[in-house]
Design a protein around this ligand. Structure first.
Ligand code: FAD
Length: 323
């Protein structure tokens, strides 16, 4: 009997489970232990157990913003599938309390159908509420920061806390939570009553727009953040890199800020393309592109070290020496 079973901690646990089965990229080596949890007490149980035993842990949503190393992730990866929704009434509008493992696009569709406005922009963002908060996900002028009021979390010291949106350090595709060890449990969103027909029209038009502009192959969405006043995709296209391919990883011919997996791409192929883009855009346009996707796992420093030149000095390099 395992320690988790002895302590009554539930969840589906798989040893040496390839992350490629659980990321939108379909890329990533094995986690020592991969656990899917559907109840908050199990999520808390696994995190507490890992901390107590000194085992590293990584809580993820649907793996739609991740590039996981080919060598995988040591320790425990916990996939959060806790997805309850509760409505809290207040005098000035509607407040929804949503568990962090719930699907963001399902929430956007469901609230629009119920005539609750404020999350329609999120209909094409294929992750969880928790992942969306960590990245302050956004699209079409909307973002998590606009509707989030407060959240409940297990902080890095092991305390359960409520935090107001102003304390979360939300900025363009960032928050205080990246790599910080807190576990987001639930979030309160303030929505307003609106015409159901208008909301559903907006949802349908965002979905149409996505179908036109978004590559169909596996990806993690936009690889780079847009630099101030410009678009990463435009810079990459202007640098002549659209369609460039390393192994089965390709800079999408449809949308240059997507690197797609044509079938058997490895993480190191995607990383090599990332390096190529950053070098070329720096040389041609003098812009240093920052990553929007997150590199996680057991990357071998040196494995991919090639000529970095001036890029070797920047923050991305310090955070991810393998690039
Ligand atoms: C086709 C496609 C289109 C996309 N379009 C957009 C877009 O328009 N706009 C946009 O912003 N993003 C977009 N993305 C990126 C991605 O979907 C978002 O960043 C999404 O919010 C990530 O959610 P996730 O659940 O998959 O998080 P994951 O990728 O699983 O994790 C992301 C980070 O969140 C952390 N995390 C997840 N849950 C928790 C939790 N409960 N507690 C603590 N930390 C947690 C993880 O540890 C990790 O650091 C797109 C991706 C794809 C594949």
């Amino acid at each position: 009997m395992t320690r988790a079973e002895e302590e009554g901690i539930g969840g589906q646990a798989l040893a040496d489970e390839p992350l490629a089965r659980h990321t939108s990229y379909r890329i990533g080596g094995p986690a020592d232990l991969y656990v899917v949890v559907r109840r908050e007490e199990d999520l808390l149980g696994w995190v507490t157990l890992a901390r107590r035993e000194g085992v590293s842990y990584f809580v993820m949503g649907r793996g739609t913003n991740l590039l996981v190393a080919d060598e995988g992730i040591r320790g425990i990866v916990i996939e959060n599938r806790c997805r309850g929704v509760r409505s809290l009434t207040r005098s000035e509008g509607i407040l929804l309390r949503v568990q962090a493992g719930g699907s963001l696009p399902s929430l956007a569709r469901r609230t629009a159908k119920e005539g609750l406005g404020g999350l329609e922009w999120a209909v094409g963002i294929p992750g969880t509420v928790g992942g969306a908060i960590v990245n302050n996900a956004g699209a079409y002028g909307g973002s998590i920061a606009q509707r989030l009021q407060q959240l409940t979390l297990l902080d890095s010291q092991g305390f359960l806390r409520r935090m107001a949106v102003s304390e979360l350090g939300l900025g363009y595709r960032t928050s205080r939570f990246k790599g910080e060890g807190s576990v987001i449990l639930s979030a309160d969103f303030a929505l307003q009553a609106e015409s159901r027909d208008l909301l559903l029209q907006r949802v349908a038009s965002y979905e149409r727009e996505r179908r036109k502009s978004q590559p169909k192959e596996p990806s993690a969405g936009s690889v780079f953040k847009n630099p101030e006043g410009d678009y990463a995709g435009r810079l990459i296209e202007e640098a002549g890199l659209k369609g460039e391919r390393i192994g089965d990883a390709q800079i999408s011919p449809l949308h240059a800020n997507y690197i797609v997996n044509l079938g058997q791409a490895r993480a190191r192929d995607v990383a090599a393309l990332i390096r190529l883009v950053r070098e070329r855009v720096w040389q041609k346009q003098g812009v240093l592109l920052e990553l929007e996707i997150e590199l996680v796992g057991d990357w071998e420093p040196g494995e991919l070290t090639a000529t970095m030149g001036i890029l070797g000095q920047d923050k991305e390099w310090r955070d991810h020496p393998q690039l």
